[in-house]
Design a protein around this ligand. Structure first.
Ligand code: NAD
Length: 317
């Protein structure tokens, strides 16, 4: 029996490509997987990971208690990039290496889609036409506007590249700003306040932490331009949804494009559900065939590299 790789992801389980599975099996690993189609409960999760050398993780939690059952764990690769479900301190203490995949193009393309869908009233026109009405009302153009990117990491930078053809001014705020990356993409590095005040569209691309919880709230929305648009493909916890909803109802904000929510899956109880000027998606920004394929390969190669004394392809440390 080879070293075990626990494939924990829920809906992606079947999507980890054949080539990635073959890479692992040819390298002598045994794959054990969550075939339930749902997130495992804690006991099921513990059972699957206790002997694993590597975990390919989804959005299920890895706290110190769950990790305490692991006897052989050396590497965890997240089939995604958000690691807010990981106790990273516990993993570090255990000497476990942690890697993520590259999904920045998929997410940046989806953020751009939400920007355009919001400004172009796309979902509202679609609903009107299907209702047999011919309601025509104007939309906005992106060209000549100012786009503010909060968090200038992999996804924020890719979005700036995709926006390059739209004749927009791009501002970015990041407390750990890579000045060369900003300059290369003709992006002005500004304070969060300046970004809030000057942007017609604000797109969030930063992690969910205690510090970033509700960074978009009644106070910060108040600083935003009247009629601005908010796009969130990062994490629901970044936005106070009640404050956002009030701003959409009052017309302070023209629209919002959202892929993530404070509580997922989003249901009718969420006031954002009944708003007309928001575009809602079910946390799918990264869910492209291309990213699933490449993600599987990255996870497999990362695990093999760690076994051979190296590091994951996209290591956290
Ligand atoms: P990244 O680590 O490359 O970039 C994150 C950036 O945020 C970093 O440059 C960091 O310095 C910056 N940052 C940290 N704290 C900040 C703060 N207080 N204010 C502003 N910036 C701050 O990550 P990424 O790959 O660009 O991903 C960004 C986020 O997108 C992830 O954390 C994840 O939660 C989310 N995401 C969502 C989906 C989805 O399916 N909707 C998919 C992938 C990623």
């Amino acid at each position: 029996m080879g070293l075990k790789v626990a494939l924990m992801t829920r809906h992606h389980a079947a999507l980890i490509c054949e080539e990635a599975r073959n890479l692992l099996m040819d390298a002598g690993f045994e794959i054990i997987s969550n075939d339930t189609g749902r997130i495992l409960n804690r006991e099921e999760q513990k059972e699957l990971i206790e002997d694993a050398y590597a975990i390919i993780a989804g959005t299920e939690k890895y706290d110190a208690d769950i990790l305490s059952v692991c006897r052989n764990l050396k590497v965890v690769t997240r089939f995604g990039v958000g690691t807010d479900n990981f106790d990273l301190d516990a993993m570090k203490k255990m000497g476990v290496q942690v890697g993520v995949i590259a999904n920045h193009n998929a997410v940046a393309e989806f953020a751009l889609t939400l920007i355009l869908a919001s400004m172009k009233n796309l979902t509202r026109y679609d609903a009107i036409v299907r209702e047999g009405k011919w309601g025509r009302f104007p939309m906005r153009e992106l060209s000549q506007k100012t786009v503010g990117i909060v968090g200038f990491g992999r996804i924020g930078r890719r979005l700036a590249e995709l926006l390059a053809g739209f004749d927009v001014e791009i501002l970015a705020y990041d407390p750990y700003m890579n000045a060369a990356a900003a300059a290369e993409r003709k992006v002005a590095s500004v304070s969060l306040d300046e970004l809030l005040v000057r942007s017609d569209v604000i797109s969030l691309h930063l992690p969910s932490t205690a510090e970033t919880h509700h960074m978009i709230n009644a106070k910060t929305i108040d600083k935003m331009k009247d009629g601005a648009y908010l796009i969130n493909t990062s994490r629901g916890s970044l936005v106070d949804e009640n404050a956002l909803c009030e701003a959409l109802v009052a017309g302070k904000l023209s629209g919002a494009g959202l892929d993530v929510y404070e509580k997922e899956p989003v249901t009718k109880e969420n006031p954002l559900f009944s708003q007309e000027n928001d575009v809602l998606a079910p946390h799918v920004s990264a869910l492209s065939y291309e990213t699933n394929y490449n993600g599987g390969i990255i996870c497999a190669k990362s695990i093999i590299q760690v076994r051979d004394g190296g590091k994951p392809l996209y290591p956290l440390w």
